[in-house]
Design a protein around this ligand. Structure first.
Ligand code: NAD
Length: 388
């Protein structure tokens, strides 16, 4: 198995068959409008770092990126009594891409009191059904799993156990009595099919293996439906090796032998949990980039949360949001058939790899001494050196 990344092609576009590819007209320079929502906790620090890197790439590669920033979350709640004003939602809908910093939604008040989970809201309203979460170990950087890894978790993003967003009306959790609480898990054939399609399309560009993760031995109805659809999609990809794994053994196998996995397709909550595990095993949650992608919109979002324990202390590793922004650029590259964006994404990936090889240029979560700002400067210098 090859773990070098220098010649690797990035490929994070789900369901290429459905994605509207807009032909790039070479004579007309395209402007690509990005909305930046910095979020809560460490969000403002890592979003500022991400903007710094994007602006540098914009200048060096003439990407034609334009930026529009909006405050959301707890800061906005104070001034406007909502974490996510409708005008900001509309700006996201109009944008070519969104960069969302982490949000402290566990501490938000109820929706009726203005506490809208921006992340969940955008995933549902823009139908960002594929949450693409890569985890790979890097040469020279310790990984905590027993084997190196290079895998992508393709997580269904619009249904499952997510009670705040899995219903058309009402919420998927309720209490018939003060001492009884119930949760509803929603699995549909259509959503299972499209996430499977996204996973198989991705596997075609990689090591050609898909693992479906489920708990059909217990969730005999919902996960049986999920598997029925994944198996049916698998039949259209005879060149892709297909296997299934129970979620509990998958958690152990990620520690023991993550090298055997390539693309992992799973439902919403299993994907959420396993991807944090995989990211930490690959080195750190601070390296966990991800995009939420649909057929028309894409949002870059770090896998981790708002880390309130280290907020405002210049301790956060901004790499996951920066990598996520790189994945968004790669998505834009394919959507608009414009290789400049893919080149920019590759520059981020390769510069980060080079930086992380050197112990003196790592952040605290990776055992290093650099703060957020110093790390961003070191990464920018590395990108600038390579973009000459
Ligand atoms: P968390 O991911 O914020 O933090 C878990 C641990 O990892 C903490 O010790 C934190 O300091 C560390 N960590 C996370 N990101 C880091 C980074 N970039 N650099 C260095 N260390 C990092 O999880 P949590 O503490 O359980 O959740 C905090 C808040 O974030 C909650 O309100 C939760 O609901 C929210 N959350 C948001 C998202 C999102 O916006 N996508 C995802 C998960 C959790």
């Amino acid at each position: 198995m090859v773990f070098t990344v220098a010649t690797r092609t990035l490929q994070y576009v789900p369901a290429l068959s459905k994605l509207t590819i807009e032909a790039h007209k070479k004579d007309v320079p395209q402007l690509m409008h990005l909305v930046i929502l910095s979020g809560d906790g460490i969000g403002p620090e890592i979003s500022a770092a991400t903007c710094e890197v994007l602006e540098l790439l914009n200048r060096r590669l003439s990407l034609g990126l334009t930026f529009e920033s909006h405050e959301i979350g707890l800061a906005r709640l104070k001034s406007e009594k909502t974490t996510f004003p409708p005008a900001v939602a509309e700006a996201c809908r109009r944008a070519d891409g969104i960069v969302l910093g982490p949000v402290s939604h566990a501490t938000y008040p109820s929706r009726a009191e203005g506490g809208i989970n921006v992340s969940g809201e955008l995933r549902i309203t823009l139908d960002l059904y594929a949450n693409i979460r890569p985890s790979r170990s890097r040469e020279g950087l310790p990984h905590w799993g027993r084997t190196p890894m290079d895998l992508i978790i393709v997580r269904e993003n619009t249904e499952g156990f997510y009670a705040d967003r899995n219903m058309y009306w009402g919420v998927g959790e309720f209490m018939p009595t003060p001492d009884m609480a119930l949760a509803v898990r929603k699995i549909t054939a259509a959503s299972s099919r499209r996430i499977a399609q996204a996973g198989f399309e991705l596997a075609k560009t990689r090591r050609k293996k898909v693992t479906a993760v489920h708990k059909a031995n217990v969730m005999k109805v919902t996960d049986a439906l999920f598997l029925r659809e994944v198996r049916s999609v698998a039949k259209h990809f005879p060149d892709i090796a297909y296997e299934e794994q129970l979620v509990d053994s998958m958690a152990a196998l990620l520690v023991r032998d993550a090298a055997r996995f390539d693309v992992v397709v799973t439902t919403n909550m299993f994907g959420d949990i396993l991807s944090d595990e995989a990211a930490e095993l690959s080195g750190s949650l601070g390296l966990a980039g991800s995009i939420n992608a649909g057929d028309t919109h894409c949002m870059a979002q770090a896998q981790h949360g708002s880390a309130p324990d280290i907020a405002g202390q210049d301790k956060a590793n901004p790499a996951s949001l920066i990598l996520s922004a790189g994945m968004l650029l790669d998505w834009l590259s394919r959507k608009h058939a414009d290789t400049r964006f893919a080149e920019a994404a590759k520059l981020i990936d390769e510069s980060l790899d080079a930086l992380l090889k050197d112990e003196s240029r790592r952040t605290a979560d990776l055992g290093g001494k650099l703060g957020t700002k110093a790390f961003t400067k070191a990464l920018s210098d590395e990108i600038a050196k390579r973009a000459r």
